[in-house]
Write a protein that binds this ligand. Structure first.
Ligand code: NAD
Length: 483
């Protein structure tokens, strides 16, 4: 098996196995080949990881921020040196093409480690003078953080959660998605190599039951989930039982609004990035593309022309632009949505079929004449399927765009600068774009509103979600007591 790790879990600085756990088969989605077999964590493994994290966290928090940051920045350097090997592993784990993984996966993980490594030394509280008395606040860690990942960006998610957690002096137990278990193990290995103390970043494998066991464990202080909204609802409720801190990065059904005056090539480019990148498996995708009447025909024609040129194929070939879906299951779900689109009366503009062969490929697909009530306009598909909805007026499109429980992202293409800001201002979404789509630099907060989540990843904002304030009141004179 060409990607078999030394063992399933990484705990207290070393690989650990417990073959009593359920088997997790890791399948390369381009061929259907089993590339690794791992085991889900048993209660003993979960306990070992949480104890290791608990034991290591206090001493880690006692280091200065600069010392912690140095470890993270070294890890970022190691990741960049090994970018090719890590990108190949990401490609095997997910099926995403090397053309993507070489530039946005391990590298964005390294960005997070570098950014939060740099911030760690400047985390402070404040001094509040109250006459002669005063208050000082300290920014303190939460303790043991659990990270639970989705399968679309396994290296990035492991770092986006790990880097701010560690920068703030926490320890982490990370559970990758059972569909893509390989990459987080490398992140854990590299952190140790960079000088992180054993136990500070642990990885345990498992299905949803392992995630659920971690969320309810009393040794855990915070839970950060990247996953679907239904899973988020369950995890948030379970975390609330123990009054744990949470970050919820969940799904979306985001609107992308294209006005008549937009540059067509740019708008098509944005819509392609927002629907086809990573074979459409991106949470912030702008899958409801509202196109104003006057530009619709031009937009659809150019979209179809460009979509038909997308090069599907072997993800390890750097010429390939689009890989397969992550799994057979996910491919079948997406094909089901495509059938729904057809049967509910949407017009297929391009694609619409699976590709013959062993891999889980689907053609880049676009529908027009989609109406607000159709299933493909209401539910997250998580595949290369774009829905185009026509609109007339600005007021109408804002109302329709907001008519969803989800609110992760939103985008506007227009050359009218005041309209761009006026529309964005009214869209109910946490992460918005004007004349671009789907950028996610570490310097900018990322996250959703409504059912798309709670909290923010990346940027200085993430620090607030991985630390808390301790307030200390200092009396300088006699205590004025009435008793
Ligand atoms: P999922 O919700 O099925 O699973 C996510 C993770 O949660 C997995 O590791 C899974 O094992 C775990 N899990 C499942 N049930 C659990 C439970 N009861 N308790 C604890 N953990 C549990 O999601 P997925 O199919 O892996 O990923 C796709 C979803 O993730 C999409 O909805 C997508 O939009 C979302 N996503 C969001 C972001 C974001 O940043 N907002 C990023 C990527 C993906």
């Amino acid at each position: 098996m060409r990607a078999q790790p030394k063992a399933s879990h990484f705990i207290n600085g070393e690989y650990v196995e417990d073959t009593a756990g359920k088997v997790i088969e890791c399948v390369y989605p381009a061929t259907g080949e089993v590339i690794a077999k791992l085991h889900s964590a048993t209660p003993a493994i979960i306990g070992q990881a949480l104890n290791a994290a608990r034991d290591a966290q206090k001493a880690w928090a006692k280091l200065s921020g600069t010392e912690r940051g140095r470890v993270l920045r070294r890890a970022a350097d190691i990741i960049r040196e090994r970018n090719r090997a890590l990108s190949e592993l990401e490609t095997l784990d997910t099926g995403k093409p090397m053309q993507e993984t070489l530039y946005v996966d391990a590298t964005s993980g390294a960005d997070a480690l570098e950014y939060f490594g740099g911030l760690a030394g400047s985390l402070t509280g404040e001094h509040i003078q109250l006459g002669d008395d005063w208050v000082y606040t300290k920014r303190i860690p939460l303790g043991v953080c659990v990270g639970i990942g989705a399968w679309n960006y396994p290296t990035q998610i492991a770092c986006w959660k790990g880097a701010p957690a560690l920068a703030c002096g926490n320890a982490m137990v990370f559970k990758p998605s059972e569909t893509t278990p390989l990459c987080a193990l490398k992140v854990a290995e590299i952190l140790i190599e960079a000088g992180a103390p054993a136990g500070i970043y642990n990885v345990v494998q498992g299905y949803g039951d392992v995630g659920a066991a971690l969320v309810t464990d009393p040794r855990v202080d915070k839970v950060s989930l990247t996953g679907s909204a239904p899973t988020g609802r369950k995890v948030y409720a379970a975390a609330a039982e123990g009054m744990k801190h949470v970050t919820m990065e969940l799904g979306g059904k985001s609107p992308l609004i294209i006005f008549d005056d937009a540059d067509v090539e740019n708008a098509v480019g944005g819509a392609m990035l927002g629907n086809m990148y990573s074979t459409g498996q991106v949470c912030s995708n702008g899958t409801r593309v509202f196109v104003q009447k006057g530009i619709k025909d031009k937009f659809l024609k150019r979209f179809a022309e460009r979509a038909e040129q997308i090069k599907l194929g072997d993800p390890l070939d750097e010429e390939t632009q689009m890989g397969p879906m992550v799994s057979k299951n996910q491919r079948d779900i997406v094909l089901g949505f495509i059938e729904k689109g057809k049967s509910e009366g949407a017009t297929l503009i391009t694609g619409g079929n699976a590709v013959d062969g062993d891999g889980y490929y689907i053609q880049p697909t676009a529908f027009s004449d989609v109406t607000d009530d159709m299933t493909i306009a209401r539910e997250e598909i998580f595949g290369p399927v774009m829905s185009v909805l026509e609109f007339d007026t600005e007021e109408e499109v804002i109302k329709r765009a907001n008519d969803t429980d989800l609110g992760l992202a939103a985008g506007v293409f227009t050359n009218d600068i005041t309209r761009a800001h006026r529309v964005i201002d009214q869209l109910e979404a946490g992460t918005c774009y004007i004349n671009t789509y789907n950028d996610a630099p570490v310097e900018a907060p990322f996250g959703g509103v409504k059912m798309s989540g709670v909290g923010r990843e990346n940027s200085k904002e993430a620090i607030n979600h991985y630390s808390q304030m301790k307030t200390v009141y200092v009396k300088m004179g006699p205590v004025d007591s009435p008793y």
